[in-house]
Design a binder for this molecule. Structure first.
Ligand code: PMP
Length: 360
């Protein structure tokens, strides 16, 4: 068996320990004689799996009792619609546009009401986070929306916007569980799990209870109503059972490894290795304003497309895979989520140094 260093932005690297444990339990989950894929979502065994998963994410993120945790299907993109359908009482919300995912959410929201662009960093290819200290938020807005970590461009909100008392909704898909968060600062936090948490196919929604309402927009599908999902503890229909099981294992892995503070420390250490090198390199350079750099997604370029392609090719051959930048921006991007070991980053930098020498 040989595992590569996988720098994919998602679906992405998972902890080896979790994969091995899942492999061991594949044919016979703890004496049940079947795998988790094969068991009823109404069974006692699965009930324990989902309850433990919820308890563990609550511990990890220190989620207060007045927030619900929902394990849902439809990916993060489904939430682009679910959020306005459930929250747009006044049919108006403010969006901060920091990249393609925020833009998609913004465009989706326009189908349901008045979505207002509060700030944008489109003018410099989303390479920074705009000043959000005094946004044109009006009283009639139902919420303020951000994409907290911008997977494609590699930026992250280091301070949350001043929402002037409005509820903050955040897509945290690419920074989920990478550092401690103060859940009380948000109305809704949601993330697709396929980057930092588990296999593709699930989105976790953490929502303050008063935002779970019956009076959603007319036409909201039953499945998309947070109330349906909350009232049924994410078991209104068949949930993504295997995904919940693997995410549960990742939560336990995180708890065992010191929780989110320890993760943050490690993620800062890993990112520093790469950013320090980018800052000193004469060949490679980072594309993001320093103070807005993500700990998770690190885009970089040589400034020469042919050389970028050569680098990606040679890196792949050397076992550093999925380093090609997003198809819309080019260059390279190293996604260094929780499960990327520090050696992966150290070895990547060694490889980049060698490439720099050879291509000087
Ligand atoms: N938001 C962010 C920040 C993302 O990075 C992605 C996926 N790359 C999405 C949303 C869309 O996620 P999904 O494919 O789960 O719908």
């Amino acid at each position: 068996m040989s595992r590569v260093f996988n720098f994919s932005a998602g679906p992405a690297v998972l902890p080896e320990e979790v994969l091995k444990e899942a492999a061991e339990e594949m044919l016979d989950y703890r004496g049940c004689g079947m795998s988790v894929m094969e068991m009823s979502h109404r069974s006692k065994v699965f009930d324990q799996i989902i309850k433990e998963a919820e308890a563990d994410i609550r511990t990890l993120m220190n989620i207060p009792d007045n927030y619900k945790v929902l394990f849902l299907q439809g990916g993060a993109s489904q939430q682009f619609a679910a959020v306005p359908m459930n929250l747009m009482k006044n049919k108006k919300a403010g969006y901060i546009i920091t990249g393609q995912w925020a833009k998609k959410a913004f465009q989706e929201a326009k189908m349901y009401g008045e979505a207002v662009e509060l700030a944008s960093s489109a003018d410099e290819t989303f390479s920074y986070i705009p000043d959000c200290s005094d946004l044109p938020i009006t009283d009639d807005m139902d919420y303020v929306y951000i994409c907290e970590n911008n997977t494609i461009y590699g930026t992250k909100f280091k301070t949350l916007p001043n929402t002037k008392g409005k509820d903050l909704v955040a897509d945290v898909s690419s920074c989920f569980l990478s550092e401690p968060v103060d859940v009380t600062k948000y109305g809704i936090i949601y993330g697709g799990v396929q980057k930092n948490v588990g296999p593709a196919g699930m989105v976790i929604v953490i929502i303050r209870e008063d935002l779970i309402r019956d009076d959603v927009l007319p036409g909201t599908p039953t499945m998309l109503k947070y109330k349906t999902q909350a009232d049924n503890d994410s078991l209104y229909n068949t949930p993504p059972c295997y995904d919940i099981y693997i995410c549960g294992k990742v939560f336990k892995w995180l708890l065992k490894n010191g929780g989110l503070s320890a993760m943050k420390e490690l993620n800062e250490k890993k990112a520093k290795i790469l950013y320090d090198y980018l800052d000193s390199s004469k060949l490679f350079k980072g594309t993001v304003r320093k103070e807005d750099r993500s700990l998770m997604n690190v885009p970089f370029v040589t400034g020469n497309e042919e050389l970028d392609a050569k680098f990606v090719k040679e890196a792949t051959e050397a076992g550093f895979v999925n380093l090609k930048g997003h198809r819309t921006v080019g260059g390279m991007r190293a996604s260094i989520y929780n499960a990327m070991p520090i050696e992966g980053v150290e070895k990547l930098v060694e490889f980049m140094k060698k490439f720099e020498e050879e291509n000087a």
